[in-house]
Design a protein around this ligand. Sequence first.
Ligand code: ASP
Length: 421
Amino acid sequence: MTTSKATLTKRILIALVLGIVFGVILNALGLTNFNAELSRYVLVPVGRIFTNGIMMLVVPLVLCSLICGAASIGDIKKLGRVGGKIITFYLVSTALAITIALIFASIIRPGIGTNLSAVGEAFETAKPPFIMDIFVNMIPRNPIAALANMEMLQIIFFAIIFGVGITLVGESAKPLLNTITQINEVLLKIIALVMLFAPFGVFALISNVIMNQGVSVLIPLLKYALTITAVLLIQVVVIYGGALKVLGKTSPIKFFKNFWPVMMVAFSTSSSGATIPVTLKTCEEKLGVSKSVASFTIPLGATMNMDGTAIMQGVATLFLAQLFGVEMTIQSMLMIVLTATLASIGTAGVPGAGMVMLSMVLLQVGISPEGIPIILSVDRILDMMRTAVNVTGDAVGTMIVARSEGELNSEVLEAPASVEM
Ligand code: ASP
């Protein structure tokens, strides 16, 4: 198993690199018809087979793993404590991320002197949801409909309450919990099977993006894209690295060594939701987090904790403000921190969702969402990067909470090679 795991991880990396090279070459050749057909008949279907394969597991896995997580934490007090800690971490890390984004965007001022004559495409501005609705609508009127429609916050709410119910019923609900735990294990095995296809999926997804978008689309918006990239890097290296070291008492290097395949899946799928199965499996089997903590905090994080998205929203808001000459006061900056935190909670873990929620932040500070199409042209690639950061934040928070609860087995982190993927 050891070798097959190592080769799978390597194969995914090779596929990523080859996909980028392949995409760049095809884009440069500019064979419009050929590229379109290749995309339609090969790259898109192969990419979809992979994303559908993992998406297929998301709803059952989130449901089962959260029920198990909530129920196996055992007592309600501990559940509340773990929940309180992880939600605090998620909120604080998001607010920090936006603050760094705002500082950088204020210093670099990417919106000043940018020539945008060549960019811009149509964008359907979705109406931002009413903030209170995010909380009220977490409670599903019909849990089955919530499952069928992939309403993640509703599924999370129902699963946690269900787990609490199992704990309260006690002994006689044990067989039910065992059954759900077994289903969970079966689902994790299926992920391992789906991941065998990952190299093909990753290759197809990345080469399709690069082939269609090219790198030239980045140029007018280079400063904007670079500002976001810089802040994403700082968030990963300084904030997550520091938090792991100080709060998690864990070596960041070892963490990233074991975690990067998850970042690659997030990168190529642009979806934290679709990455949940892989994140969960990695946290348990390669980072040494106990099942009860990971199965509770990871689905929650993938749904509500989006630091990368918040960074994009912070930089994008200032970028558009600079572009349109809108004055930003300290008050409006604080408003951005607040609304972008809420917006990132409300952002679904699917490709492009952060852009839609950006309109909510823009409206709060008096910038027209009409500006969104300007940055849309580069968003596909930035979405990939921020999704990788989003899922990393979930795992870092999970490690820290697990450490503080004595639910982290450091030996697994030290010797992950003995664990199968
Ligand atoms: N694609 C991101 C995610 O799934 C959300 C976003 O668009 O920012 O995490």
